[in-house]
Design a protein around this ligand. Structure first.
Ligand SMILES: [Fe+2]
Ligand SMILES: [Fe+2]
Length: 278
């Protein structure tokens, strides 16, 4: 970032004003000026992005994008990285991998987002089940994105309370439907991803109608509420605030995830070893 010297001096009362400041006050002033300039730049960038984002593609245009890519949108981020270039060799997993190991060594693309989402849920005073659901809700997108609510719930349901897997499974369908009672609006991101005239398929609509009437509707809905604003790539996040909640509600198998012979062990092994050809 470049400092506009004249604007900076003017803000301090010109060269005379600066002369009267001690070195600490000058350092503070520079830092303050840079911060406010940074905020202005971020604000301008966001406004610019909003302006361009208002021209959303149509469903037909989104469909026309398919053949411009070398991968399908449903492929997981770990399997087909979106950054381009060659993939890197993955660090080895420990012998008995825990959920924390997967977060650290395999959930590289999704962990920032879900940790932010869980942090927001924690700040908003959500129940431990909702916080845990937020922490886990999108990580399955490392291997598969299509219908990730269902895939994600399946990946976790043997290890978490039923309410948590319910919230993970259904947050996906609820994302398409506003709920003004809790301030949830249809996300602009979906206008870009699916097209401005997109209508969710019948199974999503039917799922929404059924979940709306379920006694745990609000638990799934709260994942969408805390999901929406959790996309700051620079946010500092860690697992630390959630270790107690995980300790209370996540049944970590002693053999390690992928080694416990459970019906979903293969899903964990696939995430652990995505370079296996078969
Ligand atoms: Fe999601
Ligand atoms: Fe999400």
């Amino acid at each position: 970032m470049e400092i506009d010297r004249k604007a900076f001096l003017d803000s301090l009362g010109g060269a005379e004003g600066v002369k009267q400041m001690d070195s600490e006050a000058r350092a503070d002033a520079i830092e303050h000026h840079m911060l406010s300039q940074l905020n202005t730049e971020i604000g301008a960038k966001q406004n610019g992005e909003q302006k361009t984002a208002q021209t959303y593609p149509t469903v037909a245009e989104v469909e026309a994008q398919i053949e411009t890519r070398s991968y399908r949108q449903g492929a997981g981020f770990l399997v087909v990285p979106r950054k381009g270039g060659n993939v890197k060799k993955l660090p080895p997993m420990p012998e008995h991998p825990t959920l924390a190991d997967f977060f650290k060594l395999r959930f590289m693309e999704t962990s920032n987002h879900v940790l932010q989402s869980a942090q927001l849920a924690l700040k908003n005073g959500m129940s431990e089940e909702v916080i845990l659901a937020c922490l886990l809700h999108d990580v399955v997108q490392e291997i598969i994105r299509t219908d990730h609510g269902w895939w994600g719930a399946q990946l976790f349901e043997l290890y978490v309370p039923e309410k948590v897997s319910f919230a993970i499974r259904y947050h996906q369908a609820l994302r398409y439907y506003p709920d003004p009672s809790v301030g949830y609006e249809y996300p602009d991101l979906y206008r870009t991803l699916f097209g401005s005239d997109y209508v969710p398929p019948p199974y999503i609509e039917a799922t929404y109608q059924a979940v709306r009437k379920h006694r745990w509707y609000m638990d799934a809905r709260m994942v969408t509420v805390n999901d929406l604003y959790a996309f700051d790539p620079n946010a500092v996040v860690s697992m630390e605030p959630f270790l107690d909640i995980l300790g209370r509600h996540f049944k970590q198998p002693k053999e390690g995830l992928g080694n416990d012979g459970s019906p979903v062990a293969h899903m964990w092994r696939t995430i652990a070893r995505p370079d296996q050809p078969l």
